[in-house]
Design a binder for this molecule. Structure first.
Ligand code: BGC
Length: 449
């Protein structure tokens, strides 16, 4: 086990020079993405022309489709950066994720209809709807977005190339629901707008959940590929695709990443996301454990379960890591038995597994840090940000919120990459929990003015 751990460590550790190289490459690819439509980073214009000021008011219906959950809400913006939300949440069923894409939109419409059955919600009609859609879309306006593809192991058919707003709008109409979809925003964009609504110093948002991505406020003159009728706008980087492309070998891909990518629903795509986000970290962990079993170091207690891809969730890897740190041996053993499907382990093997979890999560943190620092450097270079100005980044997603120490480590790494101590670092990471629907509402309210 000792020597195996050494090998994994060398594969998962990124040297300082590699991190600087990755940061420079990320910044370069972002700047290419702003110029042309076929860059590695899509850097998608969002047609958000008006950033919220915090004084917007009004009631809006919101829908948020992510990789795991669907959330429907009634958002009331109260001004002064304040809001209230009433919401319902449901899990997106697995069979929908690989069926016809239209069924996903029918599922959304059906859940909206149920939500409107609450008399207090129905009484608020008519309402404008803000749609948070956590997948890449090419927008031509705030209420239009051509679906470019799915991610996060969703592979729904027949809707690629179609407008997500029209799909939702016709699913609503076929149920007799006369609701106008007025804004389509990515979850990163929703989070950014909502945090700007609360604090106008916010310049960037990052999602670290089932998937991973970031958005930021950009000078429109930098977006050479699209004409934008405002001084500043919001760019959805779609950073999950950093490293994609046949001739590129930028990312430090290990044999586990290679296998995960090959066996995924979108091989060759979203390579950066596959090394960072919650959908995948548990699977990387499972692939390493599988190798330990093949080597005869560990033994499965349920071979069928454990050899099923994605049977170990990042949530369980995270709970295990947390239980190890807090010395909760009972929980560690339960997770090993029931979630990792392994025979009982001795203390040194438990320690080794916790080190593996740590290496996987730390690499995710490092890779995320390079993306944040690259955007910061780009904004300094193009003078959208002064060198002494604070760069406030809103973060959301279960990985950021719940993985032990992730948020603290990420803040430290960002400062380390920037070459300064936390006390003087201008990049400040702020928790922005569950805000993307608020941002969709704020997008409509700000555009109205
Ligand atoms: C999607 C992004 C989304 C991110 C976080 C990625 O898989 O491509 O559009 O923002 O997940 O949900």
């Amino acid at each position: 086990m000792e020597s195996y751990l050494g090998t994994i460590k060398s594969e998962f550790t990124l040297s300082k020079s590699k991190l600087q190289e990755l940061t420079e490459e990320f910044q370069k690819q972002l700047e290419i993405g702003l110029k042309c439509t076929d860059g590695m980073l899509k850097a998608l214009p969002t047609f958000v022309y008006d950033l919220p000021k915090g004084n917007e008011v009004g009631k809006f219906l919101t829908v948020d489709l992510g990789g795991t959950n669907l959330r429907i809400g009634l958002v009331e913006l109260l001004g002064n950066g304040k809001f209230v939300i009433k919401k319902d949440s449901s899990v997106v069923p697995d069979d929908l994720k690989c069926g016809s894409g239209r069924e996903i939109f029918e599922f959304i419409a059906c859940n909206i209809e149920k939500f409107l059955e609450h008399p207090e919600i129905e009484a608020e009609l008519p309402l404008k709807l803000g749609f948070t859609f956590s997948f890449p879309v090419e927008q031509k306006s705030l209420a239009h977005g051509r679906i470019l593809g799915w991610s996060k192991e969703i592979d729904a058919k027949d809707v690629i190339g179609l407008d997500a707003v029209s799909l939702l709008q016709s699913a609503l109409h076929s149920r007799g629901l006369n609701i106008a979809v007025e804004a389509l925003v990515n979850d990163t964009v929703g989070t950014l707008l909502a945090q700007i609504y609360r604090d106008d110093r916010t310049k960037m948002s990052v999602i670290l959940g089932t998937g991973s991505n970031a958005a930021y406020v950009e000078k429109s003159s930098q977006v050479i590929k699209t004409k934008i009728d405002s001084d500043v706008t919001v760019i959805n980087i779609e950073w999950g695709s950093f490293g994609d492309g046949t001739n590129t070998n930028i990312l430090p891909i290990t044999r586990f990443d290679f296998r995960l990518d090959n066996e995924s629903k979108n091989p060759g795509l979203q390579k950066y996301e596959k090394m960072i986000s919650g959908m995948y970290l548990g699977e990387i962990f499972r692939l390493i454990i599988s190798e330990l079993v093949e080597l005869g170091i560990l033994v499965w207690n349920d071979e069928i379960k454990s050899t099923t891809p994605y049977s170990i969730k990042t949530k369980h890897m995270s709970q295990f890591h947390e239980a190890f740190i807090s010395n909760n041996k009972i929980l560690c053993n339960n997770l090993i038995k029931y979630k990792f499907n392994l025979n009982p382990l001795c203390d040194s093997d438990i320690l080794a597994l916790s080190k593996i979890a740590e290496m996987i999560s730390l690499r995710s943190c490092y890779l995320c840090a390079i993306g944040i620092v690259a955007v910061h450097r780009h904004l300094l270079k193009t003078n959208l940000l002064g060198s002494n100005e604070m760069f406030s980044v809103a973060l959301d997603g279960a990985l950021y919120q719940r993985y032990p120490n992730y948020s603290k480590i990420l803040q430290n790494l960002v400062c380390e990459l920037d070459g300064v101590g936390v006390e003087v670092c201008r990049v400040v990471l702020v928790m922005a929990e569950d805000l993307s629907s608020i941002g969709a509402a704020a997008a409509i309210a700000a555009a109205k003015k």
